[in-house]
Design a protein around this ligand. Sequence first.
Ligand SMILES: O=P(O)(O)OC[C@H]1O[C@H](O[C@H]2O[C@H](CO)[C@@H](O)[C@H](O)[C@H]2O)[C@H](O)[C@@H](O)[C@@H]1O
Length: 286
Amino acid sequence: MGSPTHVMDESMPTPVTQVGRDGLDAIVSRPGRAVVAFDFDGTLAPIVADPEQARAHPEAAAALAALAPKVASVAVITGRPPGVAVRLGGFDGTPGLDHLVVLGHYGAERWDAATGDITAPPPHPGVAHARAELPGFLDRIGAWQGTWIEEKGRALAVHTRRAVDPQAAFEALRAPLTDLATRHGLIVEPGRLVLELRPPGMDKGVALTEYVRELGAEAVLYAGDDLGDLPAYSAVDKLRSDGVPGLLVCSAGSEEVPELKDRADLVVDGPQGVVGLLRALAAQLG
Ligand SMILES: O=P(O)(O)OC[C@H]1O[C@H](O[C@H]2O[C@H](CO)[C@@H](O)[C@H](O)[C@H]2O)[C@H](O)[C@@H](O)[C@@H]1O
């Protein structure tokens, strides 16, 4: 694959791959049959050291709102609890986003703007056990200073961005946290300097595929930046092979996760580039 197109301005870019161009053509020619879906952190929201301080790019909600009435659905698919993504994104009550869907916790929970309701399965008992064990466990294994636990309700995220050597701190935790997660029937979801202990059985690929099927969509766009977005990338590949054209976008604001760039049809410069793409697409759809 060649070097993907980078979006710097707000003209509609040309995807570097033929399948990506076909995906974009399908979205533009039948927008009312298209689902456009976005990851939150790193894609709609710039990465910051404290997850609670993260906010969607200041123009993201308006750009999503300009696009939403022109397509079948705009969705946010995130590892965050859906209510947190809605709050940090400023999505609730935004005119134009009255049908936004947020698939949170990698698709395990769903928030519908139309009702304001969150639907969620029962909690996994392993999370409570892991929660009780985790602080002492991190002390015992000598986790790097600056390592901290984000309480997510349905999951626990161990962050290393605040350590002196975040990547070394991350690598040192990977195997022991995988052991702990396995003992409690959980999986480890690696992300950008974060290892999340969460229930198995759902990922962004399953969430995206089910949503596309639910709507009977005939084209799909997915934009992401992190390892947790790779299942959604694979889902778009599979949908394409099943006859649903798709466009894969990588929000590449840093070199933290190089894995997505090579698989993307289009690379944009972080959340600012995603906002530019949203605007360009909305303008093209008239
Ligand atoms: O699926 P996403 O929307 O990308 O959410 C994945 C994780 O995002 C958050 O962590 C990331 O963003 C933080 C704020 O910018 C940053 O400090 C951290 O290093 C990143 O990994 C969130 O805190 C996690 O719970 C999500 O799983």
